[in-house]
Ligand binder design. Structure first.
Ligand SMILES: Cc1cc2nc3c(=O)[nH]c(=O)nc-3n(C[C@H](O)[C@H](O)[C@H](O)COP(=O)(O)OP(=O)(O)OC[C@H]3O[C@@H](n4cnc5c(N)ncnc54)[C@H](O)[C@@H]3O)c2cc1C
Length: 383
């Protein structure tokens, strides 16, 4: 062990939370918070453990109109009806042909969606929890999870303190990493190897308050407004296409040249290549989203391709249904967890069918590593 780590351990204040929580939720993103709100509404004691001290900027800001019913159920609709979030009415998409098409939501029963100020939204979620009086361990990471005699013991720590928490059930709301599941020896299946390369660009022209999507030979681009003079750009491609760090800037410049429509709105641009982030952005799932004294919600259970804009809505919905399932289970309904599984699996199955169909509409680059392998991979895993 390194000398520094040894010094740390010597100074670590080891303590125990004497409250016995019925449910311990690890992860304070949309899924974890929706679970907590649902449990609290039924009078079920719970606490949240979240690794970051303050909300950080996450990728993903578009929520479609059909997110409104779940936001309403969770008592969160007022959070998005805030001037920091923009009403949005559809996407401009170039997919499968050269033309750019406007895909409107407004004809649907739920009207418009929202372009979230994501950092602000995450702050709002935390405030909601804090105002409920829920125990919220911010800046604490999960160290260990152990289970015995229908009880769960969780050890968490930050730089100074190690705390032991006891409860009956643990919720994995840690996002794509599914950290709780991993610690319990349960692993997700990656359906594909899509990654996102994200960065921001400044522009002197007026920023359009809309989402644009455009396919190119090696993947697809997503552009969203970020404030008044900036766009967030994301390039989705296969992991194998992404070069080493030193070559990233040149790679992105080369890929940007391939754009026909998005390039028009970006002109003139100043690329902030300093802040390039690379992250997994494919589809992944657990075989079963629950087990012995644990349940997974949000991306930890099912992570969706961002082309679907399902991520945040599904995270909220799975948190809501997991909370309800736990409530029923604690009241003696043995089947509650399998009902939860049924709801999530059906939604995922329907998403997969739509995803395959959608990707198959882009047929222009039959030899491209991204388009060819991607579709084959997904189809193969669905059989
Ligand atoms: C590039 C990209 C673009 C996207 N675009 C969209 C979009 O436009 N619309 C949309 O709806 N979705 C989008 N998504 C998906 C969306 O962001 C996620 O689906 C959503 O954030 C999932 O919520 P969650 O609560 O499950 O996980 P997360 O939001 O990832 O929250 C998990 C939380 O757990 C914490 N945590 C992790 N490990 C630990 C640990 N060991 N101990 C304690 N805490 C821990 C993390 O700090 C984090 O706060 C996008 C995703 C990507 C990658």
């Amino acid at each position: 062990m390194l000398q520094k780590e040894l010094e740390f351990e010597e100074h670590l204040d080891v303590t125990r939370d004497n409250t016995y929580y019925k449910v311990i939720i690890v992860g304070g993103g949309p899924a974890g918070i929706a679970t907590s709100i649902t449990l609290s509404s039924m009078g079920i004691s719970n606490c949240i453990v979240e690794a970051t001290i303050e909300p950080t900027r996450k990728c993903g800001e578009a929520i479609p109109p059909n997110a409104k019913p779940i936001l309403k159920q969770l008592g969160m609709l007022h959070l998005v009806e805030n001037p920091r979030h923009i009403e949005y009415y559809g996407n401009k998409v170039c997919w499968g042909s050269e033309s750019l098409e406007q895909k409107e939501f407004i004809q649907g029963i739920h009207g418009h969606g929202y372009l979230l100020d994501r950092l602000y939204f995450e702050k709002q979620l935390r405030e909601q929890i804090k105002s409920n009086g829920t125990a919220f361990y911010e800046g604490y990471k999960l160290n260990t999870v152990s289970r015995s005699n229908a009880a769960v013991e969780v050890v968490i720590s930050n730089m100074l303190t190690e705390i032991t928490i006891n409860g009956s059930y643990i919720v994995d709301a840690t996002g794509r990493k599914a950290s709780v599941c991993r610690k319990l020896g349960v692993y997700k299946t990656a359906i594909d190897s899509q990654f996102a390369v994200t960065f921001s660009v400044k522009t002197t022209s007026v920023v359009r308050q809309e989402i644009m999507v455009e396919t190119t030979e090696n993947g697809w681009w997503y552009v969203a407004p970020d404030g008044t003079n900036q766009y967030t750009l994301m390039f989705f491609t296969t992991k194998d296409e992404i070069p080493k760090k030193e070559e990233l800037e040149a790679f992105l410049k080369k890929e940007l040249v391939c754009l026909q429509h998005i390039s028009k709105i970006l002109n003139p641009i100043i690329c902030d290549f300093e802040k390039i982030r690379i992250m997994p952005a494919g589809t992944s799932c657990l075989d079963v989203p629950y087990g012995d004294q644990w349940i997974a919600v949000g991306d930890a259970a099912y992570a969706y391709d961002p082309v679907s804009s399902y991520g945040i809505t599904s995270a909220l919905a799975s948190g809501f249904y997991a909370g309800k399932a736990l409530g029923s289970y604690f009241s003696g309904e043995e089947d509650a967890m399998s009902v939860y599984r049924y709801i999530l699996e059906n939604a995922f199955q329907s998403y997969m069918e739509k995803l395959i169909k959608y990707y198959s509409t882009e047929t222009r680059w039959k030899e491209s590593l991204y388009w060819k392998d991607r579709f084959l991979n997904i189809s193969h895993k669905m059989v």
